[in-house]
Write a protein that binds this ligand. Sequence first.
Ligand code: FES
Length: 146
Amino acid sequence: MTGEQTTGPGPATDRRRIGVWENEGGHLALGVLAATEAPAPTDATARWMRAVPLSDLPEEEAIHLELSGVPICLARSDGVVHALLDECSHGQVALSDGEVTGGVVECWLHGSCFDLVTGVPTGPPAMVPVPVYPIRVVADIVEVAI
Ligand code: FES
């Protein structure tokens, strides 16, 4: 098991998850995800930030935004828009430069895929989730709660 990483904005919470992956030899690997995630904003704390018109976000693509100094990967997959921290938890590169397909974004550097709903990596080398942010669409404008 490698060391823990800290990533994401805001205060950390100590959430631990178990991850199971199949490696190239077909063997299962089990690991504890020492996840450090920013807590999702509540209605009382959310600051909704205008992002882009929905029509500017093509299907199965991602774009990079800076909202209140937070790098955001805004992705659209299967008709649903998602917002994640735009920083891979493995190598700190922009996830928005990766491929989006089937509800995941694939990091361009080493190939870890991150679930767009949860931010959890679906396989190594990344083992730490990236923070996700609530979104809403108001009058065709995508807004992200930071
Ligand atoms: S930098 Fe993203 S998987 Fe390594």
